[in-house]
Write a protein that binds this ligand. Structure first.
Ligand code: ZN
Length: 236
């Protein structure tokens, strides 16, 4: 058990399904540079929210789409939609609690199957799935719940899955200076399944590996096996 009371290793989460089709996003997506986040895990540039303007903009959008904004059914929709976007784009600040690895724990720490959802920055439609996050400890450990909080933190933004994956790995590197970090995300993008190619159920996988988890094949296999997946296509 870790000091925050959660088990040291979460049981494997079987998300890898041989039958599931794995595809890439249909659009050309250069891997963007990760946006900076500060030591507390909060993006350095916080969104400035103007709720009233957002509400008016949703009303304009509905009107531009030929919808009857005067209908009683839509009376409160602009406010609700604006509030929903604000909630999805506003991360809750948190402090990372790290502590010294006094007992010299050396093996991988993997939290697998962390559910997340985020908003695709190309279509403003959700993508959702699971994140597997691990590290090979050096001098410091982190409360395991914090790994899930980091996933949530970076997901509350307009995102692409590639950048999100990198941001989580960069956070682990910065906060823990581990001997290696591994992040693997599997998600379904509604912009692919509801529109465009309408590929329902396809899963996009991304991963970011650093240090020994990237460079040592045995360690890399161990990480992927604990994630419960067969590995992925994109490495950054
Ligand atoms: Zn999209």
């Amino acid at each position: 058990m870790s000091p925050d009371g959660t088990p040291a290793v979460v049981p494997l989460h079987a998300v890898g399904d041989d039958e599931r089709m794995r595809t890439r996003h249909e659009e050309p997506m250069p891997v963007p540079r990760a946006a900076p986040i500060d030591r507390a895990g909060v993006r350095a540039v916080h969104p400035v929210v103007d709720r009233e303007r957002a509400r008016a903009a949703v009303a304009d959008l509905l009107e531009a789409l030929g919808q009857d904004v005067d209908s009683p059914h839509l009376a409160d929709t602009p406010r609700r939609a604006a509030d929903a976007f604000i909630e999805l784009l506003t991360p809750e600040p948190f402090r990372a609690t790290t502590f010294p690895n006094d007992e010299g724990y050396e093996d991988l720490v993997v939290v697998a199957g962390i559910p997340f959802h985020s908003l695709c920055e190309h279509h403003l439609l959700p993508f959702r799935g699971v994140a597997h996050v691990g590290y090979l400890p050096g001098d410091r450990l982190v409360g395991l719940s914090k790994l899930a909080r980091v996933v949530e933190q970076v997901s509350r933004a307009l995102q692409v899955q590639e950048r999100m994956t990198q941001q989580i790995a960069e956070w682990i590197e910065r906060e823990l200076a581990p001997r290696g970090a591994g992040v693997l995300l599997e998600a379904e993008h509604l912009c692919m399944s509801l529109r465009g190619p309408r590929i329902v159920g396809s899963v996009t996988t991304t991963r970011s590996l650093t240090g020994l988890i990237r460079d040592d094949p045995r360690m890399r296999r161990e990480f992927e096996s604990r994630c419960g997946t067969r590995g992925t296509e994109r490495v950054s």
